[in-house]
Design a protein around this ligand. Structure first.
Ligand SMILES: [Zn+2]
Ligand SMILES: [Zn+2]
Length: 262
């Protein structure tokens, strides 16, 4: 069976289009949904197991769009609404179909927040905290949470499958030195490119230019933008974004549904 990593969503907190925005980027996505970006998340398929990375508020739409009807594990990068807000969407999947609790790995610091937010879902998830640097083996691949820079406790995940290595860091402001060493020379660095133009939240996110430079710094074979806000700073349409990427060898603009064969 194929092992693959699929981007379910590639947008920042409000998604694209944002209901409150009339910038050219949001107008473009309203007119042509192919340019839309649901909130950031991914699905890893390993042999017979489907592993969700984050459960954004758009989860139901994403699962229907990608025809995914089975989930075996969930790994959360961090406890921000745009990454956990879809957890409640899994209640009926677990109760009506799976019929046993779904393993949910989250930051240790988020355990209490989970209990507060979803007191009704304790029989839906088997909540465990992931550990930085620990390799979790599922099927024929491994997933390792590595520290990101995002204000609260946040991981990116290093996915290793045979000789292929993929690093997924949707929310980070650069990488701690140790993490940068761990992801050196990855095949794919899928990374926070929240801002186009000025980055007005440099403690938590990166810009498109910073993402390109981080890819060069860790010597990634390919660098893929995700968590794109499109209009937080200078609004951008797809053609312009792609024109920036193609100037840099190995740099790609991520999109909802993009697949990486592991
Ligand atoms: Zn975040
Ligand atoms: Zn986010």
């Amino acid at each position: 069976m194929a092992r693959r990593f699929k981007l379910l969503g590639t947008g920042a907190g409000p998604g694209t289009p944002s209901f409150f925005c009339e910038c050219p980027g949001c107008r473009e996505a309203l007119e042509n949904p192919v340019y839309g970006r649901t909130r950031s998340g991914a699905m890893i398929t390993s042999e017979d197991s489907n592993i969700l990375v984050d459960t954004p508020p758009d989860l139901r739409v994403q699962l229907l769009r990608e025809k995914i009807n089975q989930i075996d594990y969930i790994f959360l990068t961090h406890w921000h609404y745009d990454h956990f807000g879809g957890l409640g969407e899994l209640e009926y999947y677990v109760k009506l179909k799976r019929k046993e609790r779904l393993p949910l790995y989250l930051p240790a610091s988020a355990k209490n927040a989970f209990d507060d937010a979803f007191p009704n879902l304790t029989d839906v998830f088997r909540v465990e905290s992931w550990k930085f640097g620990k390799r979790y083996f599922i099927g024929n691949l491994s997933i390792t949470p590595l520290p990101a820079c995002h204000g609260i406790e946040t991981a990116g995940f290093l996915v290793e499958s045979g000789t292929k290595r993929l690093a997924y860091f949707p929310d980070t402001a650069a990488l701690p030195a140790e993490t940068a060493r761990s992801v050196a020379a990855v095949d794919w660095l899928i990374v926070d490119a929240t801002f186009y133009g000025e980055n007005w939240f440099p403690e938590a996110h990166m810009s498109v230019d910073q993402a390109i430079n981080l890819g060069l710094a860790v010597n990634a074979r390919q660098t893929v933008f995700t968590h794109l806000s499109i209009h937080y700073s200078r609004p951008v349409i797809n053609e312009e974004l792609t024109a920036v990427a193609v100037q840099h060898p190995g740099v790609l603009v991520g999109y909802d549904g993009m697949v990486f064969e592991l």
